[in-house]
Write a protein that binds this ligand. Sequence first.
Ligand code: MCA
Ligand code: AMP
Length: 488
Amino acid sequence: MTTTSPLVDRIRRHGDRLAIVDPAGAWTFGAIDAAAVALAGALPVEHGDRVAILATPGHDFVVALLACWHAGTIAVPLHPPHPDAELAYVLADSGAAAVIASPAHQDAAARLAAGAGIPVVDVTQRGVVHRFSPGLDRPALMVYTSGTTGRPKGAVHTHRSLAGMVDGMVAAWGWTPDDRTVLVLPLNHVHGLVNVTLTPLAIGACCEAPGGFDPVHVWERLASGEVTVFMAVPTVYARLTAAWEAADPETRGRWSRGAAGLRLMVSGSAALPVSTLDRWRELTGHTLLERYGMTELGMVLSNTLDRRVPGHVGEPMPGVEVRLVDDTGADVPDGTPGELLVRGPQVFAGYWQRPEATAEAFVDGWFRTGDVGVREPEGYRLLGRSSVDIIKTGGEKVSALEIEEVYRTRPDVADCAVVGLPDEEWGQRVAIAVVPAGGAPLDADELRAWGKQQLAAAKVPTRYVFVDALPRNTLGKVTKPDVVALFG
Ligand code: MCA
Ligand code: AMP
């Protein structure tokens, strides 16, 4: 498979076709392109600068993103609901030169930009038309992702790696210009940004962006007969199932009959419980196509349009190579678990300004995922992660160590340990064992409210236990399985 051109060049070729529908209106590809090249001319930046985007999904976000590319800069998408502390960290770490903001987010943008000493550009601003066709190896995008150490790192993708991701998904999942999808996921992750927004736009299909996830709205759109493809994380399917169960019989029947007409429904970003898959099939007749991906890699393993095995994630995506290796780095035979290594045209360029972390992430040119899998006759199956300190909750990857560091800054917290507890709806739930500095238990509601001001919602523990001391082994290291046991 050869990648021919950057996405920004492909998107404008679709002219009068419908590109985006959002609560503010409907736009053709031509209208989006015209807005983007005019906004590019208004950006006070130079090639290679990072530009943060604080925009509503749909028109504003896509115009801002394409403007960044026409200005030769690296786009850094932010998630508007995040607290200031989380957003300020990304602005500082990326060294953003400007923030593009939707009118709805001007106040937050002004606050954050003042803190960082950079300008805000309203997404409606227009300058002299600036059209630039970036080289494929130029950095295009930075997405922040949590690891086992410290704060999130910026994963840098080039125009080539983004185009590689899109080409793989078009080939594997049969996207056509007649498709239409609904975006319910945030745009600060590859799933919502590349799979659901850029892939349809690159081939001339339509992306509806209602502005977030509302289960009833999604059901109505699935039942409308207009939507052909839907993609989400397992928690979204669990929440849709709950909304169906809460509906009256007439509504249920209408939703189920309508949803049955879609061409394709995909689940990914976290393990899809077979119970969720089974229930979804009862409700809609669809066997969810499960695939496995990662921020640094895009889509890696996927079931195929004609073969979907529950509990399995299929075979490598087009153009992607994978290996499973043991602790010594030697390949394991089929049926034996090993760490998954990945190579291919869609692999990211590295972590922003973290050469050591980038070097450690690769071995002989292969990216080390930290995920453990096994190859079976039915395809690859994932068994878990090599680190207990990486938690997946609602499709969001969070670092136990980052959360612990933040809670340890409180004077009333002498020590703490964060773990993930298994949960049918969220995959895992973030839980924290706290050693109060004064001995007496603290107020769990206050600890959660405080956490929401420091950290993205997914990172804030939902379960709290107060202990005199954390369980430790003879070397003094906290034993996380014993911390899990504290929650019963
Ligand atoms: C919200 N809450 C959460 C999460 N999200 N708690 C734990 N984990 C979460 N992810 C909390 C809120 O603070 C709130 O708490 C309560 O849950 C309900 O919030 P609500 O607003 O109803 O939730 P929501 O806004 O509907 O969000 C649920 C969600 C969302 C739609 C599942 O978490 C989501 O969009 N997740 C997907 C993230 C994603 O795109 N991941 C892809 C990365 P309280 O009640 O106390 O206020 S992985 C990736 O990109 C790779 C490439 C891949 O393979 O795809
Ligand atoms: P992120 O770093 O947020 O992109 O999340 C990537 C991680 O999500 C992977 O390393 C896996 O641990 C997990 N993941 C993604 N898709 C799946 C899946 N289908 N099954 C199990 N885990 C998954």
